[in-house]
Every structure is written in structure tokens, then in C-alpha cells.
Design a protein around this ligand. Structure first.
Ligand code: G3D
Ligand code: MG
Length: 204
């Protein structure tokens, strides 16, 4: 049995439903009585992914810091996937997604330098006063390299499990491509690298 430990970030503006999402996914409940989370909190869920694989998911929820948009590198360290959530009844929360994605891509990357897989969630789709159109979400999602986007309603338990499954699937497939043996480096590249005197020096 292989167990994968996956750190997944849940980001987005305040009040879009991040904490409700994590609670719903982890405990199956929609609770109206959370107090606002302070700082960073993580919840764990164990998934029986296949006969041979288990996934220990760590979901990192942020709170109170949403207004800073920019999070510390510690929060991003070791993250392998991300959920970026906005509220379909708040165009401001949708507009912020650009900054969230930018911050994510600047601070979290795979060992090979690529962006970590990120899914875009349009939450509160149970509400009728939507102000963000499917068309603009679709365009935004494609332009900014999300694996996909989905409408969710944490309240009505719509697409919560599906969204996480899709993300975990992508994270595992990216991880297995990173684990598989890479082609031998070209000789001249290797020599350049081994001659570099700055190796091992710390930069910050
Ligand atoms: P945050 O963690 O992103 O700040 P919360 O967001 O999870 O605290 O949720 C903010 C508010 O949105 C909460 O309402 C919560 O119940 C509500 N909410 C979350 N998801 C949904 C959803 O899918 N549909 C609807 N209609 N509401 C949702 P309160 O009233 O407690 O502030
Ligand atoms: Mg919260």
C-alpha cells in the first residue's frame, strides 16, 4: 500500500465559503456556526484512492489574512495542489482570483518549475443573484492555466467531492510524472552545473 501525503491549499477572498468547503468535504457537514478561523488551519482527510494507494490530504485553510491577498511563503511551502474559490454573487471575489493565482504561481511551484495544479471553484451557485457569468469564468480559467473550473454549492453539497476528486487525480498524475525517471542530462549541461561554485550557497 502506497500512501501519498498531499498538501492542498484553499485560497480566495474572505466569505466565499472556503471554511465551509473544507468542513463539508472533511466532515460531511454544512455548519452555520463556525467562528472565523484565525491564522492558518489545516484539516486532514484520508482517501482510499485505489487497491494500492491511499491519499492523506492536508487541506490548508486560511483566514483573516484573505485581505492581504499575498500570503507568506511558509503557507505555500510543499503545496502540491490548490483550490481557488470565489463567490458567484460577488464580482469582487472573482476579480481577486487573478491576484490569488498570480501569488500562487509566484510562490508555489513543482520541483521542475511548473505551476502546481489549481482548480477554480465558483461557489454559492444555489443563490439566484449571480453576477459572474459562466462565460467569463470559462475564459478566465483557460487563460490562467487552471486544470478546470466547476460550480459548487457547499450549502447544497454540489460538486464538493467531485471537485476534490478531480484535483487529487491531477495532483497524483503530475506527481507520478515527476517521479518517473528523467532523461539523462546532456553532458555539457552537466559539466556546467557541476562546475558552478554557487551551488549550495543560500540565497535568502
Ligand atoms: P470563508 O472561509 O471563505 O471566509 P465561510 O467563508 O466558509 O466562512 O462562509 C462564508 C458564508 O458563506 C457563511 O455564511 C457560509 O454559511 C456561506 N456559504 C458558504 N458556502 C455557501 C454556499 O454554497 N451557498 C450559500 N448560499 N452560502 C454559502 P454566514 O451567514 O455564516 O456568514
Ligand atoms: Mg474561513
Amino acid at each position: 500500500m502506497t500512501e501519498h501525503l498531499l498538501k492542498v491549499l484553499v485560497v480566495g477572498d474572505g466569505n466565499v465559503g472556503k471554511t465551509s468547503f473544507v468542513q463539508r468535504y472533511v466532515s460531511g457537514q454544512f455548519n452555520k456556526t463556525y467562528k472565523m478561523t484565525v491564522g492558518v488551519d489545516f484539516s486532514v482527510k484520508l482517501l482510499h484512492w485505489s487497491d494500492k494507494e491511499r491519499v492523506r490530504l492536508q487541506l490548508w485553510d486560511i483566514a483573516g489574512q484573505e485581505r492581504f491577498i499575498s500570503m507568506t511563503r511558509i503557507y505555500y511551502k510543499g503545496a502540491l495542489g490548490c483550490v481557488l474559490m470565489f463567490d458567484v454573487t460577488s464580482s469582487a471575489s472573482f476579480l481577486s482570483c487573478r491576484h490569488w493565482k498570480q501569488d500562487l504561481d509566484n510562490k508555489a511551484m513543482l520541483p521542475d518549475g511548473r505551476a502546481i495544479p489549481c482548480i477554480l471553484l465558483a461557489n454559492k451557485c444555489d443563490l439566484s443573484k449571480r453576477v459572474v457569468s459562466a462565460d467569463s469564468i470559462d475564459r478566465f480559467s483557460k487563460a490562467h492555466g487552471f486544470i478546470t473550473w466547476m460550480e459548487t454549492s457547499v450549502k447544497e453539497n454540489k460538486n464538493v467531492g467531485e471537485a476534490m476528486r478531480r484535483l487529487v487525480q491531477e495532483v497524483l498524475s503530475v506527481q507520478s510524472s515527476l517521479d518517473s525517471p528523467q532523461p539523462e542530462p546532456q553532458k555539457d549541461v552537466y559539466q556546467l552545473d557541476s562546475a558552478s561554485s554557487s551551488r549550495g550557497a543560500s540565497c535568502c
